[in-house]
Design a protein around this ligand. Structure first.
Ligand SMILES: [Zn+2]
Length: 395
């Protein structure tokens, strides 16, 4: 451990500081982690602080080179999913200690995605020292609330602070690829109301049995869509959470169940709801079910021929010696806020590690990979903002 800490790089040390600044969401308080980013950016960046709701702090650090040119945004989220620290939680290490062992940095958020955020800050700091070689503007956006939809993070950012740019890189784990799109998502809540009575009477209307018929009829539903060349088709998971009834001898008067739907371009929340209702009608299910949308993210796609994609692929090739796979991803990121709300070409995930390893017990990131991606981010900045680049002026 002593030997390893002796060679710890600046990017790893910054990642450790961020992991130690607890920012579990819920509740989503990012003040401490935002403070660490503010300190890391102080001096060379103009720093703006956004706090649309108490505790949900995002930091925007901006540096303009003397000559005008493109604007590049490097974005990562400050919040992390909670970590169960009880014995039952399964962690074999302190999730907030940012321990280093065997070439790995451990801790909640090390992979998703404080490591990558540290890499972006490190890359931005290194390249701003290089005034003469670059033009335009570099923006580091460290945002709150990604794990709960992003409205109080990237959503506030695209509304208030960053309205135009020429490219965005989101440093989420990309499974070794350059991801340029993500599917959308909606959570549907199904509610059935019945009529409670003493279970011995043989009367009442059992809401749980109504829900059984509803969910059974929805199983195997085909959602209306056109297959997307980048994102493929939708998926639906029926009954991801279910609750109903209060005790063994009362006929339940209420049952709720959730349905997770992943959308591709062309699908909307309304088209999903119409599909669900149509399926019940065609199966002859007349139970009184109400559907509502409790969370929604739009699918997002950036043109594979956009300059930000080519520049990302070049920087990747330079680091790893092979071209990346350029593709879409099934999970969502903050990418759609920039792409869909502001029309900015966006790489939705380019960062160390795999999506499947996020939100896990003993979460960790490979330090060697983290350092590789820090160099890739620096390579993207140098290429996208290069002095002989185009005269595009973002704002
Ligand atoms: Zn993430």
């Amino acid at each position: 451990v002593t030997r390893e800490s002796a060679v710890t790089s600046e990017v790893t040390r910054l990642a450790q500081r961020l992991v130690r600044a607890r920012s579990a969401n819920p509740p989503g308080d990012t003040r401490e982690a935002a403070g660490a980013v503010e300190t890391a950016l102080a001096g060379a960046f103009d720093v703006t602080r956004l706090e649309p709701e108490p505790g949900f702090v995002s930091i925007v650090g901006s540096h303009s080179f003397p000559r005008p040119g493109r604007t590049l945004i490097l974005c990562g989220h400050l919040d992390v999913v909670p970590a169960d620290e009880s014995a039952a939680g399964g962690w074999t290490r302190d999730p907030w200690a940012a321990e280093i062992n065997g070439g790995w940095l451990y801790g909640r958020g090390s992979l998703d995605m404080k490591g990558a955020l540290a890499g972006m800050i490190d890359a931005a700091r290194r390249t701003v020292a290089d005034e003469a070689a670059l033009r335009g503007r570099i923006v580091v956006a460290a945002v709150a609330d990604e794990e709960c939809g992003g409205r109080r993070g990237a959503g506030a950012l695209v509304k208030e602070a960053v309205t135009a740019a020429d490219g965005v890189i989101i440093g989420e784990p990309g499974d070794g690829a350059v991801c340029i799109g993500h599917r959308g998502m909606c959570f549907v809540e199904a509610t059935v109301r019945g009529k409670a009575t003493h279970a011995s009477t043989g009367g009442g209307v059992n809401a749980v049995m109504s829900m059984v018929r509803v969910l059974g009829a929805l199983e195997g539903i085909e959602l209306t869509h056109t297959s997307d060349p980048l994102l493929g088709g939708p998926t639906i998971a029926i009954g991801t959470v279910i609750s109903g009834g209060s005790t063994a001898n009362v006929i339940p008067d209420l049952c709720r169940a959730t349905i997770d739907v992943r959308k591709v371009p062309g699908m909307t929340d309304d088209s999903v709801l119409a599909d669900l209702r149509g399926r019940l009608a065609s199966r002859g299910v007349s139970d009184p079910v109400a559907f509502s949308i409790t969370a929604s993210v739009e699918p997002s796609v950036t043109d594979a021929h956009d300059p930000i994609v080519a520049v990302s692929a070049d920087a990747y090739l330079e680091e790893f010696g092979r071209p990346p796979e350029v593709r879409g991803m099934s999970a969502t990121t903050d990418g759609w806020w920039f792409r869909n709300r502001r029309g900015i070409p966006t790489v939705t995930a380019l960062g160390p590690g795999k999506i499947a390893d996020c939100h896990t017990v003993d979460e960790r990131v490979s330090i060697a990979e983290l350092e590789s991606y820090a160099r890739i981010y620096a390579g993207i900045i140098r290429r996208f903002l290069s002095a002989d680049g185009p005269d595009v002026v973002g704002s």
